[in-house]
Design a protein around this ligand. Structure first.
Ligand code: GAP
Length: 513
């Protein structure tokens, strides 16, 4: 099946099974805004818990914070967002659709990559085991041609973005003959800058309302609280502040479902370090964060780093963790070495001294910062994309199964009486009443056992138990594993110890230590 079709199926699966709904669905939705349903909110909470615990529980020098969405407007002047948090946009005159010029060009780069991958896949099929990918890449004329086009375009694009040369961005779109996906024409307007921050007003107009912004990143809440946390927590460098919270961006391109949203959630951690040590910490955090991703067991081949060649003026290193989505490798997380830019800017604009007194050297200085910044929603999407599988079963049946890591699954255990009589529902409820304190259980007595298994597979429940007539006498239930579909009889008294370890976040955290 084409990857595009797989993605469409994932999107409709999300709606059908209560993971993600369009916002204000009964009013036909609101562009790039989504709600999480009964299963989605559990999966999302588990992702957040995995991140939070990996930061705050596993590091005794990282503490949490929950800062407000609204902040003093000068914060955004100091951070540079008022003047420079812009996207270059372009309109197609025929379809009247608006696009991000940089995204159109990135997609074009992606097309060259796709062509290369297709050649490689074809050759791998043809040559089988004997296929040498490295040699093929360095000798095949079509791969070399597309690689050269990709590199040339990438370099020209990076230069234009670095200088924010809007005329050059338009020229690239024209030279690459990029057409509007809706009208199919190349009738483009000039490229213009568009600030992504949402504005609103605080206070009544009579009192003199002032314009404030919905935060476009959670990080600034951490920077402006650096002194509060350092002093009250008596933190010694290096130390980190972690935060999970909503962020808002008026994204021009609303597409790819929850990949690019206007209201989304970030999990950010700012790690304050001594100047001069930042690049060492940057490397360390890159490895730590990659290990966090890979502990989920999705396969190392599905991740890669994308090191930034062109850096923002305040950064001295930056890298993205990219994951293989059905629409290509895409950024899920950014790791940035932000120097002392943000703290220095806030010191300048607030007039406060924002420094650290180092008791080891008796000097005061402005700490440097390593930031790890991951989108909860993108992480959610990557987990779902990897988990969604359609399997052919013996006997010609098919099943849709979400092979979610057990620790992230919304429901850990489905509890099913074989029939709705003979005291089986009561026994099932009794087991549930015991286990519900330890992990998320769901009771299900409707339809045949086969249908109930399919329903649980579709929402990624790793284990089901069936209570039958024998249970009443031998105290055992049938435990069914989602992935292998194998069933075994086990005593009710062993359920908790058998499952708890497998389904808890701790099982993931232990892989990190
Ligand atoms: N404080 C740094 C910062 O915000 P960013 O690269 O703009 O950096 C970090 O964003 C992460 O936030 C991204 O890697 C992505 O996972 C997520 N993100 C950014 N914009 C998003 C959007 N419009 N919708 C969903 N997630 C988004």
């Amino acid at each position: 099946m084409a990857q595009e079709d797989v993605f469409k199926k994932i999107v409709s699966h999300c709606k059908e099974y209560g993971f993600v709904f369009p916002s204000s669905d009964i009013y036909d939705g609101l562009g790039a805004v989504y709600d999480y349903g009964q299963n989605g909110v559990e999966l999302k909470n588990n992702i957040k818990q995995y991140w939070w615990q990996s930061m705050v529980l596993l590091h005794d020098n990282i503490v949490g914070l929950d800062s407000a969405v609204f902040m003093h407007p000068t914060v955004w002047k100091a951070s540079g967002h008022v003047d420079a948090f812009n996207d270059p946009l372009i309109d197609n005159r025929d379809s009247k659709k608006r696009y991000r010029a940089d995204v159109l060009i990135e997609d074009q780069i992606g097309k060259y990559e796709e062509k290369i991958e297709k050649e490689i896949a074809k050759a791998r099929k043809r040559f089988g085991e004997a296929f040498d990918e490295a040699q093929f890449r360095s000798t095949n004329p079509r791969v070399l041609e597309n690689e050269a086009k990709k590199t040339a375009l990438h370099e020209r694009f990076a230069k234009a973005m670095g200088a924010m040369d809007l005329a050059e961005l338009k020229q690239i779109i024209l030279d690459e003959e990029i057409a509007c996906p809706i009208s199919g024409t190349r009738n483009w307007t000039d490229v213009r800058q568009f600030n992504l921050m949402f504005k609103t007003e605080v206070g009544s107009t009579a009192d003199g309302a002032s314009t404030i912004y919905l935060r476009p990143e959670t990080a600034q809440g951490i920077f402006v609280n650096y002194l509060n946390v350092q002093k009250t927590g008596r933190m010694k460098l290096p130390f980190g502040i972690a935060q999970i919270g909503k962020a808002f961006r008026n994204e021009i391109v609303a597409r790819q479902f929850i990949f690019r949203m206007r209201e989304f959630e970030q999990m950010e951690m700012q790690y304050f370090v001594k100047p001069g040590t930042e690049l060492q910490w940057f490397e360390q955090w890159k490895q730590t964060r990659m290990a966090w991703h890979q502990a989920l067991g999705f396969g190392a081949e599905n991740y890669r780093f994308h090191d930034h060649e062109k850096l923002a003026h305040y950064a001295n290193a930056a890298s993205d963790v990219e994951f293989r989505m059905p629409f290509g490798f895409k950024e899920v997380e950014g790791i940035h070495s932000r120097t002392n830019f943000d703290l220095s800017q806030h010191a300048k604009y607030s007039g406060r001294k924002i420094e650290y007194f180092d008791p080891d050297t008796n000097e005061s200085y402005t700490p440097y910062v390593i930031e790890t910044s991951i989108g909860v929603d993108r992480m959610f999407l990557s987990v779902l994309c990897h988990a969604y599988q359609e399997e052919k079963l013996e006997g010609g049946d098919t099943r849709v199964v979400l092979k979610l890591p057990a620790a992230l699954a919304p429901t850990k255990l489905a509890i099913m009486p074989l029939v709705k009589k003979d005291g089986l529902p009561e026994k099932a409820r009794e087991i549930m009443d015991e286990l519900k304190f330890h992990f998320n259980c769901k009771y299900d007595e409707k339809d045949s056992i086969g249908k109930r298994y399919r329903r649980q597979d579709a929402v990624g429940t790793p284990f089901c138990i069936t209570i039958d007539h024998d249970t009443l006498t031998d105290g055992c239930v049938t435990l069914r594993d989602r992935d292998t579909m194998q069933q075994e009889r086990i005593p009710v008294s062993e359920l908790r110890t058998r499952l708890e370890d497998k389904v808890s976040i701790t099982s993931l955290l232990k892989k990190l230590c």
